[in-house]
Design a protein around this ligand. Structure first.
Ligand code: ATP
Ligand code: MG
Length: 524
């Protein structure tokens, strides 16, 4: 075909420039050395520089060392083969060091004699797409980890439950013996040692349960700054070569949380930080109020709203990626036998999750680690006092003790009798209802096991309340799968204790509830 017969109208150079400047993609031409000779508006926008800065500049100025090397290889290939190169992902340095990822397709420019004189290329900004993909991947990993931890949690919770029942029995018998012997008896000290050992065992199961289901037993309105100050004083094995830097927000919002559990979580983090700095370093703690907007909170898998941000940073040994992925798993430890059980972070994770919060970690080997906790802020603005009493509380009322385990009934009955109470026992919800109906006027308070075969603790609770809504009920459980549910329906007249029972706590709880009831009935 004769070229003169072409009917396509030829656009002016200006018209082509207009088209180029209107397209979304960046277009550029360079000489053989890679110096920009021509480009469109979008190219300037993507790189973030005005055209006078780009013209004559070399592509290397806008690329990291790695990208520059890769681009050099790409241009080399185009030059050698004459073939265009399609779509390669490059990370480039835009103005203000913003990370920009582009797709590039590039080809050779030749003069009329077919001699190569430069390169041309089209660049598409895919930063947002890449970021979205990365975020999605991150969320997927988080979800996988949460599911894995959930499964391990169920297992750990099951073991802790059985173990707790055994401890409860041992502790019960020890308490009876202690109550009977008194401090002057030659065996009293040994019994105290047994008590301490039981406490160690109970601490272990508490950590496990914290991880597994993390019951919130004693919800209070807390000022985290105060809890932080207190926990910092209790770090075991802290030496002078560790410098503590504190930065507390003054008007920090309150949280609704279990003080003991929050303290335990912070202490686990502080202890790990200290262990990570055997030759000393800086432990920085910080609290602040933050507002998570819907965008941010979605990425963090938390509902939007007001949160407290607590960060704990060390300048210690840091962690590599593989370690970081496992740290929240129970029994994962890199510490020598006998130094760590690997339950610290597992329980911290469970506790924070059960307070509807989130814990995150970032770390670099040789630089240090930062743990960041988010806890939802409370809408209530008052603080409540912790009660600190140290003694057994006695009484003489009639109590009804309900538990499906005979040993616990036997021990419980003996202990309560030692404390002065008269005790009815029932080994099932059904029997308990029978007894309560019969002795309704005598029974002043009920202690009820949450986990029972047949009629469950919750059902029994509701049935008893149907008969007498004023009846104080202390719920107990070692395995707190339903703790949240309990807290939701528990009334002011009721209480909760965790197995294995701390007899002092149980005795005081019984007394508090009974005294409250007596005051109420005495009031006109
Ligand atoms: N701040 C930190 N710096 C470096 N590594 C850490 C840090 N915190 C945790 N780790 C790593 O995570 C692992 C698990 O921590 P975790 O607290 O669960 O268990 P542990 O400290 O080993 O034992 P435990 O707390 O039960 O005594 C640690 O063994 C350590 O490898
Ligand atoms: Mg630890």
């Amino acid at each position: 075909m004769d070229s003169n017969s072409r009917k396509t109208p030829c656009k002016s150079e200006k018209a082509y420039c207009n088209i180029l400047n209107e397209i979304e993609e960046g277009y550029f031409e360079t000489d053989l050395q890679g110096n920009f000779t021509f480009f469109n508006h979008s190219m300037c926008r993507i790189l973030g520089y005005p055209s006078e800065k780009l013209l004559g500049a070399n592509y290397r100025e806008f690329a990291s060392k790695r990208t520059a090397k890769e681009m050099f290889q790409t241009y080399n290939r185009i030059f050698r083969t004459g073939e265009p190169v399609r779509i390669v992902d490059y990370e480039i340095k835009s103005r203000n060091d913003r990370r920009v990822v582009v797709e590039l397709s590039s080809s050779m420019i030749r003069d009329i004699h077919d001699t190569p004189i430069g390169f041309r290329g089209i660049v598409r900004d895919i930063t947002e797409k890449i970021q979205a993909e990365e975020e999605k991947e991150q969320l997927k990993l988080q979800l996988q980890q949460a599911l894995r931890l959930e499964a391990v949690g169920t297992l750990a919770g099951g073991i802790a439950h059985d173990f707790n029942n055994i401890l409860t029995s041992i502790q019960g018998y020890t308490s009876i013996l202690k109550l009977r012997t008194g401090p002057s008896h030659p065996n009293y000290e040994k019994l105290t040692r047994i008590d301490d050992l039981i406490q160690n065992g109970a601490d272990l199961t508490r950590q496990l349960l914290g991880f597994a289901l993390g019951g919130k037993y004693e919800i209070k309105i807390l000022n985290i700054n105060t809890v932080m100050l207190h926990s910092l004083k209790m770090i075991p094995g802290i030496k002078e070569n560790i410098n503590i830097v504190e930065d507390y927000q003054n008007d920090l919002w309150m949280v609704e949380a279990d003080r003991g559990q929050v303290e335990q979580s912070l202490l686990n983090l502080f202890t790990n930080a200290v262990h990570a700095m055997p030759d000393g370093g800086t432990l920085s703690v910080k609290t602040c109020n933050i507002h998570l907007d819907p965008d941010h909170s979605k990425n963090m898998d938390l509902p939007p709203g007001k949160y407290l941000e607590i960060s704990i940073a060390d300048t210690g040994i840091g962690m590599n990626h593989t370690t970081m992925q496992k740290i929240f798993e129970p029994f994962f430890t890199t510490k020598k036998m006998g130094r760590g059980t690997g339950l610290g972070l597992a329980s911290t994770y469970g506790i924070i999750r059960n307070h509807h919060g989130k814990i995150m970690v970032s770390s670099r080997v040789g630089v240090g680690s930062t743990f960041t906790i988010y806890l939802p802020a409370s809408s209530i603005n008052t603080t409540t006092q912790m009660t600190t009493e140290n003694d057994y509380a006695y009484g003489s009322e009639n109590l009804l003790l309900i538990d499906n385990e005979q040993t616990i009934l036997d021990i419980g009955k003996e202990i309560l009798q030692e404390l002065g109470y008269a005790v009815f026992t029932a080994d099932s919800g059904e029997k308990a209802l029978e007894i309560y109906k019969k002795h309704k006027d005598q029974i002043a308070l009920v202690i009820l096991d949450m986990i029972m075969p047949g009629m469950s603790g919750i059902e029994t609770y509701h049935e008893l309340k149907k008969i007498n809504s004023e009846l104080p009920i202390i719920l107990d459980s070692g395995y707190n799968i339903e703790t949240q549910a309990i807290i939701n329906f528990m009334g002011e007249k009721d209480g909760f204790v965790q197995k294995p029972f701390n007899i002092k706590i149980l005795s005081r709880k019984i007394r508090t509830l009974l005294d409250r009831l007596n005051r109420k009935t005495a009031d006109p």
